[in-house]
Ligand binder design. Structure first.
Ligand SMILES: Nc1ncnc2c1ncn2[C@@H]1O[C@H](COP(=O)(O)OP(=O)(O)OP(=O)(O)O)[C@@H](O)[C@H]1O
Ligand SMILES: [Mg+2]
Length: 242
């Protein structure tokens, strides 16, 4: 039997709080290399809290979080990033005044890789997101919402991150742009990265994902193989009408 590769992300019984509010009540999930895992659930279920817990932005007072084998509970966000985790939040935070090229150059410098590898990483991202090529010298904060999300994902890829945490980046985008972004994330996973995808469009997420976790009130209430769930209309009707 082939040994399973080590997960890039492992959450085991995570308990997270905002002040006294006990939001995550024992969340366990994994993302392996080459896997796109969807995290679904209705508003307030705890999806963003899960992602922020991984990044050290929420108080985790129980359970374990490992990124590429390293325990990250208690570490500040920049050290979690150094463990290979890229976080693409909903508000895409482009620095005004920086062009797309400058965004990528900064990410490349941050990767601390040799120059030729940095340049190869930028070329690679432009292969994945060819729509950005004509806009390289434009202020990134003035691009369309979808293009800004591509820049945000591109920056994480250029940084050399192995795991992407992507929180509702298709919100407010036209359906065809959202579908483009989804396909690109699938491609990134097919090339060996791990992707944890929080997505409001659960139909799209289920089509893209290898595995799915559904959260409700801070607890994983369902999980499974996306292919099996896609073939089960009862499950779809029961759990994805969120
Ligand atoms: N900064 C905060 N302080 C206190 N409570 C918070 C804070 N942020 C979120 N919560 C609460 O934590 C719970 C989980 O919220 P979270 O944002 O993780 O949900 P979500 O699944 O991402 O929802 P959505 O689909 O609306 O983005 C909710 O009850 C929410 O009200
Ligand atoms: Mg959220």
């Amino acid at each position: 039997m082939r040994a399973e590769p080590r997960p890039l992300l492992e959450l085991d019984g995570v308990q997270a709080y905002y002040g006294l509010a006990h939001v995550l009540q024992g969340v366990s999930l994994t993302v392996g290399p080459g896997e796109l895992v969807a995290l679904l659930g209705r508003n307030g279920a705890g999806k963003t809290t899960t992602v922020r817990s991984i990044m050290g932005l929420v108080s985790v007072r129980g359970g374990r979080i490992r990124c590429d084998g390293r325990d990250v509970v208690g570490l500040p966000a920049e050290q979690v990033a150094r463990a290979g985790v890229g976080y693409v939040p909903e508000d895409r935070r482009m620095f005004p005044g920086l062009t797309v090229r400058e965004n990528f150059r900064l990410a490349a410098l941050g990767s601390r890789r040799p120059r030729p590898q940095q340049q190869a990483a930028v070329r690679r991202v432009l292969e994945v997101f060819p729509q950005l090529e004509p806009h390289l010298d434009r202020d990134a904060s003035r691009l369309s919402g979808g293009q800004q999300q591509m820049v945000a994902v591109g920056r994480a890829l250029i940084c050399g991150q192995k795991l992407l945490l992507v929180d509702e980046i298709t919100q407010g985008l036209a359906p065809n742009i959202a579908a483009d972004l989804g396909r690109m994330l699938r491609r990134v996973a097919d090339e060996g990265l791990g992707v944890l995808l929080v997505e409001q469009n659960s139909q799209m997420a289920l089509e893209l994902a290898d595995r799915v976790f559904v959260l409700d009130q801070g607890v994983v209430v369902h999980s499974g193989d996306a292919a099996a769930l896609r073939a089960d209309p009862t499950w779809m009707a029961q759990h994805l009408q969120l």
